[in-house]
Write a protein that binds this ligand. Structure first.
Ligand code: FPP
Length: 264
């Protein structure tokens, strides 16, 4: 399957990459990888290009990383594509960013279907422009029965808002008498988050040298391993992804305990 893909798409011509994928597959594969795709603007600036050119190039990276993540056997790939704070950006940039899901999906949806990828979204879809919403909804409908990797776009997503909404919903349950405040526990909170059906991220990657979470999956990342790279998102390629996962596999995750099993 992998060999076929390599030949057909010329994804990774280097066989050492295929070997590295096999090596990764012999160890513990992170079930859920979440990525803060940062550095598009700086990538463009370095080349005297408008910021949107960086976002457009970043879209191509989404394709590459989706493909290799699926090849590796990652179950869920969550990509932070637009935050609730990104509405503060200039209108032209917002309009461009809102067109990218449509362009990405109209170009690559057949390929995602062929790869058995399921498209999902977290964030408030209702506030998105109609064309963005329609593109995402169509992709979700067309891939709903796919059983491979879930490609989860965080669009108009903010973790504090997500937690606030979940607290409100739980408060209503208490108010109506369906539960008592004593019934509130971590799993009840989890079942009110937008990620309720997903495993929690094992690995968070942030590109571009910034070292912060920027309101991304604050609850869900409690025990994730964090990986920061100086590479700008448009330059983040298959090798960068393999590096991050191999590094993850060397970490010793203890989840607060004293002795860990490691990830091997
Ligand atoms: C942050 O870089 C990036 C974003 C706010 C947008 C990310 C979007 C993409 C990579 C394209 C998404 C594609 C699809 C298919 C939805 P920045 O603009 O803050 O970069 P800077 O910090 O260098 O200015």
């Amino acid at each position: 399957m992998l060999e076929k893909l390599l030949r057909k798409k010329n994804v990774v011509s280097d066989h050492s990459i295929a070997n590295r994928i096999s090596g990764i597959q012999n160890r513990h594969i992170p079930a859920h990888v979440a990525i803060i795709m940062d550095g598009n603007g700086r990538w463009a600036k370095q080349r005297n290009l408008p910021r949107v050119a960086g976002h457009h190039e970043g879209m191509k990276t989404v394709r590459k990383i989706t493909r290799i993540a699926n090849d590796i056997g990652i179950k869920v790939l969550t990509l932070y594509a637009f935050s609730t704070e990104n509405w503060k950006r200039p209108k032209l940039e917002i309009d461009f960013l809102m067109k990218l899901p449509g362009e990405f999906l109209s170009t690559y949806l057949p390929e995602l279907i062929e790869q058995n990828v399921k498209v999902e979204m977290i964030g408030n879809i209702d506030m998105l422009p109609r064309h963005t919403k329609q593109a995402i909804q169509k992709a979700m409908e067309d891939t709903v029965n796919n059983t491979g990797m879930t490609l989860n776009f965080a669009m108009n997503y903010g973790s504090r808002l997500e937690i606030t909404e979940s607290v409100k919903a739980i408060a209503k349950l208490v108010e109506s008498g369906s539960i008592s405040s004593e019934d509130i526990n971590e799993s009840l909170i989890e079942t009110h988050l937008m990620t309720k059906h997903l495993p929690e991220p094992d690995l968070l990657i942030r590109t571009s040298g910034e070292v912060r979470l920027s309101n991304f999956m604050l609850w869900q990342l409690a025990y994730a391993e964090l990986s920061f790279t100086d590479v700008y998102w448009p330059d983040f390629d298959e090798v960068c992804m393999l590096n991050a996962i191999e590094e993850f596999q060397l970490r010793n995750r203890r989840f607060g305990n004293v002795e860990g099993e490691g990830n091997a």
